[in-house]
Design a protein around this ligand. Structure first.
Ligand code: FES
Ligand code: FES
Length: 161
């Protein structure tokens, strides 16, 4: 099958590659751009492990084709840290022991990052709702909720705390 050129911005840097039209964005990021922090679990839109930011909102990269991202601004888990420093969200989730095996963590972090950007009440109930599209088979979720709530508080976003 003919490969198509893809030019996009990833984590603030221009990137390009070529891919067959049927290649998913997740596979393009992982295999062609070597950004393997984006994980693949179910590969059909259920688990959220492949979540990235595409022109702002959090999306599931297993449900997009790479060619659809031509010209897009993408942020992956690799874009959270700056100059070797973890993002406050990463620090808060580390401090809250928000992961065990860590497989789900990139997806949760990107979903939570988009949620923090959008703003909200950051109550436990709201955080549970916002993260309800991401699955974790290890933690029981409470420590993940705690991590996001701690990040919101540290970033001065939480209301009523
Ligand atoms: S791998 Fe994309 S939602 Fe599960
Ligand atoms: S920490 Fe293992 S799947 Fe979430």
């Amino acid at each position: 099958m003919t490969k198509e050129p893809i030019r996009l911005t990833v984590n603030g840097a221009p990137r390009e590659g070529v891919a067959e039209p049927r290649k998913t964005l997740a596979d393009f990021l992982r295999e062609d751009l070597q950004l393997t922090g984006t994980h693949l679990g179910c590969e059909h839109g259920v688990c959220g492990a492949c979540t990235i930011l595409l022109d702002g909102p959090a999306v599931r990269s297993c449900l997009r084709f790479g060619v659809q991202a031509d010209g897009a601004q993408i942020m992956t888990i690799e874009g959270l840290e700056r100059d070797g420093e973890l993002h406050p969200l990463q620090e808060a989730m580390r401090d809250s022991h928000s992961f065990q095996c860590g497989f789900c963590t990139p997806g949760f972090l990107m979903t939570a990052y988009a949620y923090l950007q959008d703003g909200g009440e950051f109550s436990e109930e709201e955080i549970r709702e916002e993260l309800s599209g991401n699955l974790c088979r290890c933690t029981g979720y409470q420590s993940i909720i705690d991590g996001v709530q701690l990040a919101a508080a540290r970033l001065g976003k939480a209301q009523g705390r």
